[in-house]
Design a protein around this ligand. Structure first.
Ligand code: PEP
Ligand code: MN
Length: 336
């Protein structure tokens, strides 16, 4: 349950409501929706008559939801959230985040950054801490990689997104990155979610490859309820019986998430397909389904990439993909 305070409610009204709820044994989670304060309730809410909540001064509405998540729910926020990453607004025009799977070296990431910037990307991606399935695979350059990525971002004017894999490195990654990515394997690493919830830099939250949409939004709720409102959801494909592709892009999840949440939703056509020939068609589908952006693996020399080369496209292919997606965006009333 959530209490929406009136936009003109006095601070004292909000404080009174919080004290009253505390005296009833209810836990509260405060957030802002434009000028209105939202108070999320948890604990023995069912024991309190709704009329009592409704009668507190400054209360506009008492809202119930069938969803187990609250701050992430569209029931409680009238407007879609726009998350600012550097000077890019995610949730307005469609964004294209592009770059290599891994930062492999200074020259590689500079070349990739120039390539994607030239192709029309709006943000740069690149992993410095790589969560690899095998301990023998390239694990990333760690802080050295973050430095090269930040330099490439500064050089091209593109904000940078990179993955963080451990709570203790959140601060370090946030020093270099404009947005932090939580990978599919860490979607339910609750200590990590709480840690990125304590900073204000935006978080790209990938859906767990074996997680339901509800679990994904509850993970978003961990970040939001820890105090960071800047969450971008990313559908990156789930595990199914299908073997023709690396994962199965759940296009339904894009539409569902846009319906039940106010958070921006982006799509990763690289990890969801695992095949470079499929990246462009699946990107077009994502834009048609209403995605707010794409995150795409692009490498200057995909065949010699240290990770995920088989699903990486070249900057020239990215330029073509962006042109195609632009036409689709216009057809569905969006801009790219
Ligand atoms: C990545 O973006 O390179 C990555 C590892 O993604 P995911 O967590 O979706 O597998
Ligand atoms: Mn990858």
């Amino acid at each position: 349950m959530i209490i929406r305070m009136r936009a003109d409610a006095a601070k004292a009204d909000v404080e009174f409501a919080l004290a009253r709820l505390a005296s009833l044994g209810i836990q509260t989670h405060v957030s802002l929706d434009g000028p209105s304060t939202l108070i999320g309730l948890s604990g023995p809410v069912a024991t309190v008559p709704e009329s009592l909540l409704q009668s507190m001064r400054g209360v506009e509405a008492v809202l119930a939801t069938k969803q187990p998540f609250r701050l992430a729910s569209s029931d409680f926020r009238r407007d879609r959230s726009v998350v600012r990453v550097g000077d890019v607004a995610v949730g307005e025009d469609i964004v294209v985040i592009a770059g290599p799977c891994s930062v492999e070296g200074r020259d590689q990431v500079l070349l990739a950054a120039e390539g994607v910037a030239h192709a029309g990307a709006t943000m740069l991606r690149g992993g410095a801490f790589k969560p690899r399935t095998s301990p023998y695979s390239f694990q990333g350059l760690a802080e050295e990689g973050l430095k090269y990525l930040a330099e490439a971002g500064a050089e091209t004017g593109l904000p940078v997104v990179t993955e963080v894999v451990a709570p203790e490195s959140v601060e370090l990654v946030a020093e270099y990155a404009d947005a932090l990515q939580i990978g599919t394997r860490n979607m339910q690493n609750f200590a990590l979610l709480a840690a990125v919830g304590k900073i204000s830099k935006p978080v790209v939250l990938k859906r767990g490859m074996m997680s339901t949409i509800e679990e994904w939004l509850l993970s978003a709720e961990y970040i939001l309820s820890s105090g960071n409102p800047n969450v971008i959801l990313c559908e990156r494909g789930i595990r199914t019986f299908e073997t023709a592709t690396r994962n199965t892009l759940d296009i339904n999840a894009v539409a569902v998430a846009l319906e039940i949440s106010h958070l921006p939703v982006i799509v990763d056509p690289s990890h969801s397909t695992g095949r470079r020939s499929l990246v462009a068609p699946v990107s077009r589908a994502a834009v048609a389904a209403g995605a707010d952006g794409l995150i795409i693996e692009v490498h200057p020399d995909p065949d010699h990439a240290q990770s995920d080369g088989f699903q990486s496209i070249t900057p020239a292919q990215l330029a073509e993909l962006i042109e195609q997606c632009r036409s689709v965006a216009e057809a569905v009333g969006r801009r790219l």
